[in-house]
Structure formats: C-alpha cells, structure tokens
Design a protein around this ligand. Structure first.
Ligand code: AMP
Length: 401
C-alpha cells in the first residue's frame, strides 16, 4: 500500500465524540479517544496513543465542533494531526441516512444539505454528526470526508418489511417507515460470521443479535438485510438497557390522556428510563446477573423479559429467512454474557438452534462458534468493530486520491 494510509474515524453521539486513528496497512489503532459530557460544566477528554500512555483532561467543551478541535490538538501532539500528509480520509458515522443514502458517501455540499434535511428523523444525532463533518472539513479542506450511515445496510429491506401498516399518504408525507440502525455492525458481523463458516456472505443466511446498551436484531439473506428490529427510531424491537423496545402504541395515548404526561416526558420515559433499567433499576447486564445469582426477583424478571423478547425475534427471523445458517451474538452483552446467550436460544433446538454449554462459557476472545458440531445452525460470538468497518468503507472510497 502506498500513499496516505491513515483514517480518522469520528463517531459523534448526542453528548460525546469518540474517535480512532487507524493505519489501514495493518489496521493498527494509532490513537483512541473520547470527549464526553459535551455541553455540561466540565467535559472530559481521554486520549490514548499507540504507546498506551493515556492522557486525560477536564475542561469546558461547549459543542461538538470544540470537541473535535480538541481531539485534533491531541492527535497533533502525537505528531499525527489532521494536516498530516499520511491522513487519507476522515470517516464519519452518521446515524440517519433515511432513504437517500444506501452506501458510504463522499461528502460535498449537497450531501451535507441532505443530511441536514434528515435532522427531523434523528434530532439528537444528525446535528452532532454534521458538526463533526463541518469541523473536520474546516480543519483540513483537502482531506476527503466520507459519511457512513447507520441506516444504509438496512435499505435493502423489502417494502413489506419496511412499511408500517398505517395510512400511506400520511406515512410518506412524514417519511415514517422502518429504517433500522446499527447497520455498520450488522454488516460487519454478518460478513465475519460467514467467514467463520468458511463461506462467502452471498451463500449464507445469518441472524445477527447486536446486544449492547442499545440492542437490535437483523435477518441477513445472502449478505443483504431483509429485516431488522429497530424502526423509524432506535426505540422499536428488543428490550434494551434503557429503552422499552416493542410496545402497544396505545401505551403512549394512555400515558398522555390518563397519566397526563407531556410528549417529551413520554419520550424520555420510553428511551431513557425503560428497558432493563425500568424493570429492575439497573441497565448493566453484569450487575443484573450478579443480583439474579443472589436471588433478586426484580433482576430475574428483567432478565426474563429481555431473554423472552430475544427468543421471539429469533423465531420470527427463522420464519423470515426460511433457512438459517448462523446466529451471531455481538456487542457488550452479546459478546460477554454467557447467561443471555444461553437464555436466548433455550428451547429452540427444534429449530436447529442450540449451544454447547462448555463452549458458551469458555473464556475466549475473537470470533468463535459456540454450537455443538452436530447442530444444524451455527451459533457464533463475533466481536463487532464498527470503527474498523467505517474506516474500511471510508478508505475504499477515498483511495483513488
Ligand atoms: P455496548 O453498548 O456494546 O458498549 O455494550 C454495553 C453493555 O454491555 C453494558 O451496559 C453491559 O450491560 C454489557 N456488558 C459489558 N461487559 C459485560 C460482561 N462482561 N458481561 C455482561 N454484560 C456486559
């Protein structure tokens, strides 16, 4: 590989910016950093260069632009600033690409305007992503910027999976449909699961369970997403750390009419105070497992509701795909929780889905199979790496420079 080989990946959340600098010759991380609590009285920056010597600072950081300038300063202090000739491209995670963006896209003014037009669909995230892109562009106008959309992988969903059964004119006017999220992770993990089976992604059908603090499932047929559990927003689907996942939409009317809650409060209730946290007061699966082992009934109920929803989606996606070659667990809970993996597939041996207890509880890292050899469906743990996937996609677009 000749020429510039470094990629800066930026992931701007509602109040944080995560960044990684990768060298695509060997996919090495040259720096990993995080600016959190943006907009609060004091924000915190953590920057770890390749030598592992972590630097931390606490200081006021008013907005995402300031956060990125700070990250750029830290990178420059390592001799790897945004003006380095080694920097090939900046890859930005953009949460919502609507129906407009079906693949990673080189950013120009028209692309920025379209991401802006999609702000009503992701009011907390797209503005943060836009600020990141604009600041990175201002810091070095010569480096290409690539937007990698969380929704893009799901744009292959057929219309019957993407549509809600509501009035079509109303839905279209307000762009209401199922978009799905975590697409970068679902794309990466489904491909890695195929590789683990020694097969081409186009030959296999995979169910991916991305179980982090946010959680989503997807059904991937021959490398293309055909359904996913998140919808217009990341609230639909599985039970998550703090989100309810699926519920009767009339619960919202009930909370408004009977409980007298304003819409913003209902939004906060369902997104921030529901899910595992709402059921038992904790959203960290490690703590829930510990409490459950100590006989705590609220933790047990939270775990059971979580696992039951997962099993329902697994069953549903078996029906969607017809034939399943692999089920892949990923993200914080999926990669680490032996208990959740066991409970998610409990009783599904009739569908060919089962795990080997010894393999499931073995302390291991990296992609691995946890199903018995005779099982019809391979069950796998596949660590996700969204930053690497964003870097790979951005680098592929920027290479001809
Ligand atoms: P993520 O959003 O992918 O970073 O996942 C974060 C979540 O993963 C945390 O809220 C924990 O619930 C869960 N998690 C992380 N490590 C473990 C572990 N060792 N065992 C169980 N759950 C874990």
């Amino acid at each position: 590989m000749t020429g510039a080989t470094r990629v800066l990946v930026l992931n701007s959340g509602s109040s944080s910016v995560k960044y990684q600098l990768l060298d695509m010759r060997d996919e090495a991380r040259l720096a990993v950093g995080l600016v959190e609590r943006i907009g609060e009285r004091t924000a915190r920056l953590t920057h770890t260069p390749a030598d592992g010597r972590r630097r931390e600072r606490e200081l006021p950081v008013p907005d995402h632009g300031a956060a990125l300038r700070l990250a750029a300063e830290e990178l420059a202090a390592d001799g790897r600033g945004l003006d380095s000739p080694e920097l090939a491209v900046v890859g930005h995670r953009v949460v919502h690409g609507g129906q407009s963006f079906t693949e990673p896209t080189l950013v120009d003014d028209a692309v920025l305007a379209e991401i802006e037009r999609l702000v009503p669909l992701a009011p907390l995230h797209n503005p943060a992503n836009l600020a990141g892109i604009r600041t990175a562009r201002a810091l070095n106008p010569d480096v290409p910027q690539v937007a990698v959309f969380d929704t893009a992988f799901h744009t292959t969903m057929p219309e019957h999976a993407a549509r809600y059964a509501i009035d079509v004119a109303t839905a279209d006017r307000h762009r209401i449909r199922r978009y799905g999220f975590h697409g970068t992770s679902h794309a990466y993990v489904s491909r890695r699961a195929a590789a683990l089976l020694g097969r081409d992604p186009s030959e296999v059908n995979v169910i991916v369970l991305h179980l982090g603090n946010g959680a989503s499932a997807s059904a991937v047929a021959g490398g293309r997403c055909v359904d996913t559990s998140m919808g217009l927003t990341p609230l639909e689907g599985l039970v998550m750390g703090t989100r309810s996942g699926d519920l009767d939409p009339a619960v919202v009317f009930h909370l408004a009419r009977v409980a007298g809650m304003p819409v913003d409060e209902i939004d906060a209730l369902l997104n921030k105070r529901s899910g595992l946290l709402g059921l038992c007061g904790d959203n960290d699966m490690r703590e829930i497992a510990r409490r459950m082992a100590a006989g705590d009934p609220a933790a047990r109920l939270a775990f059971d509701v979580y696992a039951y929803r997962l099993r329902k989606y697994l069953g549903a996606y078996v029906a969607v795909l017809g034939r399943v070659d692999a089920v892949a667990f990923t993200a914080g809970v999926g990669e680490n929780s032996t208990e959740v993996r066991a409970a998610a597939v409990a009783g599904l041996s009739g569908l060919g889905i089962e795990i080997d207890e010894r393999l499931n509880s073995a302390a291991a890292k990296g992609p691995r199979l946890i199903s018995p050899e005779y099982a019809r469906v391979a069950v796998a743990v596949v660590p996700t790496d969204e930053e690497l996937e964003i870097a790979t996609q951005a680098f592929a677009l920027a290479r001809p420079r």
